[in-house]
Design a protein around this ligand. Structure first.
Ligand code: 5GP
Ligand code: ZN
Length: 134
């Protein structure tokens, strides 16, 4: 997509600090890192969310995430990672091209896990919700 900033990075119209690259994905340092080594991994085809991408693209994306994570582990030796993505604006997505955040975590860094993103109990009991998935 012409206006997509990550497509521009793929086309080398905008520079990046590459962490990992293969035929299917590019991983580069986030310009506003949450921790040391914060990296985003993007597929080399445009899609706004995972639901817009073909399964084979997503399979390659996940392999790219694994290889990037290993590379960061070797380079920076963090104690762990948060790995995930924001899906749509309400969840924090600002760039409409799928990107997986790899956020290295270090003991004592004061951050939280996924459960720290939001805590707003559903007013529908889990038993009721489960009926929607039958
Ligand atoms: P989102 O908020 O959409 O989940 O994540 C987008 C991420 O891309 C943000 O963490 C932001 O700092 C990063 N970002 C946005 N524009 C650029 C850019 O031009 N270069 C790099 N390296 N990162 C970018
Ligand atoms: Zn794009």
């Amino acid at each position: 997509m012409d206006a997509c900033i990550f497509c521009k990075i793929l086309k080398k119209e905008i520079p990046n600090y590459t962490v990992y690259e293969d035929e299917h994905v590019l991983a580069f340092l986030d310009i506003f890192p949450m921790t040391k080594g914060h990296t985003v991994v993007i597929p080399k085809v445009h899609g706004e969310t995972i639901c817009d991408l073909e399964d084979h693209v997503l399979e390659k994306l996940m392999v790219g995430v694994k290889n990037t994570t290993k590379k960061i582990q070797d380079a920076l030796n963090p104690d762990g990672f948060n790995i995930g993505w924001n899906h749509h604006e309400v969840a924090g997505q600002s760039v409409p091209h799928v990107h997986v955040h790899i956020i290295p975590r270090f003991n004592g860094d004061g951050g939280k896990g996924l459960h720290g993103i939001i805590k707003k109990d559903s007013d529908t009991p889990v038993e009721e919700l489960a009926k929607k998935f039958i």
